[in-house]
Design a binder for this molecule. Structure first.
Ligand SMILES: Cc1cc2nc3c(=O)[nH]c(=O)nc-3n(C[C@H](O)[C@H](O)[C@H](O)COP(=O)(O)O)c2cc1C
Length: 227
């Protein structure tokens, strides 16, 4: 079992956010925003693969030519906690197990990245940081997106899961009755963050009754996590 993010008293968490070239850049953007807004998180190490940049351009119309501006463009706001690292920089801090991080999320995670992680091939910083999480027993969440999955994909998921990764495919829920894509994406990110030990107040929790029968929708309670 991979370790839960360690709590060190009041010390804030350090999270690696990997973004690879699968469809679903909107999930990466929301994850960035939620991590940035979460006062329990002190540092975000953001790494985007070359294909990930291509998808950001396609799906969010982000101008990826200006490298220094990418974190702000992806978060659509200020990014004081974020260190933006190049995927080619395999000598960066997070490439070493001696550097402390509390967990890593790759969202979206391409099936190519899954294959690399499942086989311990660390040719990029994202792959190496994921490999480090596995060897150090730290939380690693792979938000894979593709459809349909081939047998190779499924076997790689089993392999990565057996090595300690959490396979968290981008399959949103609908029982909270999302009113918008934004709502759907936010709730999915809430589930991922809860898995990382960062439960969000705005997460919808099923209690045996649909939101309307409870007399309110969860949209009336979408406060950003601050504690
Ligand atoms: C617009 C676009 C959408 C893509 N969507 C997916 C996808 O949903 N899932 C996937 O596994 N690969 C997808 N790919 C292919 C990957 O980007 C490609 O396999 C790439 O080599 C992955 O490299 P990376 O893991 O270093 O980002 C997409 C590529 C493009 C350009």
């Amino acid at each position: 079992m991979p370790a839960m993010p360690r709590t060190r008293g009041s010390e804030k968490q350090s999270i690696v956010l990997g973004v690879t070239g699968a469809s679903g850049a909107i999930f990466a953007r929301r994850m960035r925003q939620m991590l940035e807004a979460d006062t329990r998180v002190g540092k975000i190490h953001l790494v985007i693969s070359g294909s990930g940049l291509k998808v950001l351009r396609e799906e969010l119309a982000i101008d990826v030519a200006k490298s220094a501006e990418i974190p702000a463009l992806l978060a659509a706001g200020r990014t004081p906690k974020t260190a933006y690292l190049l995927d080619s920089d395999v000598g960066a801090s997070i490439a070493s197990g001696s550097y402390r991080v509390d967990g890593m999320v790759i969202i979206p995670c391409s099936t190519g990245c899954l294959a690399q992680v499942a086989h311990g091939i660390s040719s990029t910083l994202i792959e190496r940081a994921a490999d480090v999480c596995l060897k150090e027993g730290r939380k690693l969440i792979l938000a894979i997106r593709d459809a349909p999955f081939s047998r190779v994909h499924l076997e790689n998921m089993l392999r990565a899961q057996a090595a300690g990764a959490d396979i968290f495919p981008i399959i949103p829920a609908f029982y909270h009755r999302p009113q918008s894509i934004d709502d759907l994406v936010t709730q999915f990110c809430c589930r991922v963050l809860a898995h990382l030990g960062l439960e969000q107040r705005q997460q919808f929790r099923w209690s045996g009754e649909s939101p309307s029968r409870r007399g309110k929708t969860h949209h009336q309670d979408t406060e950003t996590q601050r504690d």
